[in-house]
Ligand binder design. Structure first.
Ligand code: NZQ
Ligand code: ZN
Length: 384
C-alpha cells in the first residue's frame, strides 16, 4: 500500500424529504445563493418548488441559472459567473446531476478568478472559491462528493481537481431518482462502476482492504441496478445504488494505490467529439475493450475481478476465466441497455487517430498500462 492522505469534507444528508431541509442546512453559509439547474426535469417533478420553498423558509434569497446541458459548456459557466458577481451571491446551490454540479464548481472558481478555464487547461489552485451545496437528482458522476469538475470548451472536454471545490453539503434522497428514464439509470450505473474500475485496477500491491471494498461496492451496484431496470421506483435499490455512486467517487476507494483513469481520458474525447454522447454510454463501449487490451499486464488482478466481482467459476485455464469475466461485464452492460460499439453510439465515422492524439497529448493516459497514441487508437478501433 502506498502513502496517502484522505479527507472528504462533504456533509451527506441522506434519505426521504432531505431536500425540504436544504435551506436550513446551508443557512450558516449564505443569505443569498445562485440556484443552478438543467433542462427542466426538476420543474416537472416538483423538486424545484420544494427547494425554493425551503430557501424561503430559511430566509435565503436566490437568483437562478437554468438550462445547463449534459456535457456542460464553459459558455454556460461564464453566464453563471456574470450573474453570481452582479448579484453578489455567497454560495452556489446545484440541483441536478454531474453537469449541473460541475458547472456550479466552475462558477465558484470564476467568482474569484479572472480566467476559470485556465485551471482546466493548466491546473493550479484557485485562490478562493464560493462554497457549493448540491441536491442530487441522478446518481452517476459522483460530483456531489468529488473534488473534480469536467467542462467542455472549444472542442476540448477537460477536468480540473481541487479540494476547494468539493461541495460542503449534499442531499441524496433516493425518491428524487424515481423520475429517471432507463437510459439515464444505465449511464449513471456505468459511470459509477467505472469510477471504481479506475481505482481498483492497479499495479500497487498489498491493497486487500480497499480491493474488497471495491468488489463489494461493484457487486451491490450491479445487483440493485438490475432491480431498478424492472422497478425504477424501488427506494431500497436506489438507496444502495446512490450510496455506491457517492462512495465510488469520494476518494475512499482510491486510498493507498496508483489509480488508472485511462478509460475516462479516452471517453472524454468521445463526448468532446459529439456532445450527444453520454459519458456513461461511452464508458460502456470502451471499458471491456480496455480490459481485453491491458489484462496481460497483471492477470492476477483480472482473475480477482472475474471471480470476486463477476462471480465467474474459477477454471484451470486462467485466461479463460479472465475473458469470461470481461464478457460477463459486457453482458451486464447490454442487459441494462448500453451500446457495445462506437457505431451504436452514432460516432462510427469519428476521426479516431486524431482523437487518440488529443487524448494523450505529448504523453500517455492511464497507469495500469500506460497507453500511448497507438494504444488508444487500437482501443478505439476495437470499439468500432
Ligand atoms: O437537464 P435535466 O432536465 O435535469 O435532465 C437531466 C439530463 O438530461 C436528466 N436528469 C437528471 N436528473 C433527473 C433527470 N431526468 C429525470 N429525473 C431526474 N431526477 O439526466 C440527464 C443527464 O444529466 P447529467 O447531469 O448530465 O448526468 P450525470 O450526472 O451523468 O453527469 C455527467 C457529466 O458529469 C461529468 C461527465 O463527464 C459529464 O459531463 N463527470 C463529472 C465528474 C466529477 N465532477 O467528479 C466525474 C465523472 O467521471 C464525469 O466525468
Ligand atoms: Zn465518470
Amino acid at each position: 500500500m502506498d502513502n496517502f492522505s484522505f479527507q472528504c469534507i462533504t456533509k451527506l444528508c441522506f434519505g426521504k424529504d432531505q431536500q425540504k431541509k436544504i435551506g436550513a442546512r446551508i443557512q450558516p453559509f449564505a443569505k443569498k445563493v445562485l440556484l443552478v439547474y438543467g433542462g427542466g426535469s426538476i420543474k416537472k417533478s416538483g423538486l424545484y418548488d420544494e427547494v425554493v420553498a425551503s430557501l424561503t423558509e430559511a430566509g435565503i434569497a436566490h437568483v437562478e441559472l437554468s438550462g445547463v446541458q449534459a456535457n456542460p459548456t464553459y459558455e454556460k459557466v461564464l453566464e453563471g459567473i456574470e450573474i453570481a458577481k452582479k448579484e453578489q451571491v455567497q454560495m452556489i446551490l446545484a440541483v441536478g446531476g454531474g453537469s449541473v454540479i460541475d458547472t456550479s464548481k466552475a462558477i465558484a472558481i470564476g467568482f474569484y478568478e479572472a480566467d476559470a478555464w485556465s485551471f482546466f487547461e493548466k491546473g493550479g489552485e484557485p485562490s478562493n472559491v464560493l462554497p457549493i451545496a448540491t441536491v442530487l437528482t441522478i446518481p452517476a458522476a459522483g460530483s456531489e462528493v468529488s473534488p473534480d469538475a469536467v467542462i467542455t470548451y472549444k472542442g476540448r472536454k477537460l477536468g480540473f481537481s481541487s479540494q476547494k471545490i468539493r461541495p460542503v453539503v449534499s442531499v441524496i434522497n433516493p425518491e428524487i431518482f424515481f423520475t429517471l428514464p432507463k437510459n439515464q439509470i444505465a449511464n449513471g450505473v456505468t459511470d459509477m462502476m467505472s469510477h471504481i474500475f479506475e481505482r481498483y485496477f492497479t499495479q500497487t500491491t498489498h491493497t486487500e482492504l480497499i480491493d474488497s471494498l471495491c468488489e463489494a461496492t461493484l457487486r451491490t451496484i450491479m445487483r440493485n441496478a438490475l432491480i431498478l431496470m424492472k422497478d425504477p421506483k424501488n427506494y431500497d435499490a436506489w438507496s444502495e445504488v446512490a450510496l455506491g455512486g457517492s462512495f465510488a467517487h469520494n476518494g475512499l476507494l482510491g486510498c493507498g494505490r496508483i489509480q488508472d483513469w485511462g478509460c475516462h481520458g479516452m471517453e472524454h474525447e468521445l463526448s468532446a467529439h459529439d456532445d450527444r454522447v453520454p459519458h456513461g454510454a461511452g464508458l460502456a463501449v470502451l471499458t471491456p475493450n480496455w480490459m481485453k487490451y491491458v489484462y496481460k499486464e497483471n492477470p492476477q488482478m483480472f482473475l480477482q475481478f472475474a471471480t470476486n466481482v463477476m462471480e465467474v467459476t474459477l477454471d484451470r485455464d486462467t485466461e479463460k476465466t479472465i475473458l469470461r469475466g470481461i464478457d460477463k461485464l459486457r453482458d451486464f452492460f447490454s442487459t441494462i441497455g448500453q451500446p457495445a460499439t462506437l457505431t451504436e453510439l452514432g460516432i462510427g465515422n469519428a476521426p479516431l487517430a486524431e482523437m487518440a492524439n488529443k487524448c494523450v497529448g505529448n504523453g500517455y493516459t492511464g497507469n495500469f498500462k500506460p497507453l500511448y497514441q497507438e494504444d488508444v487508437h487500437n482501443i478505439y478501433k476495437m470499439s468500432l
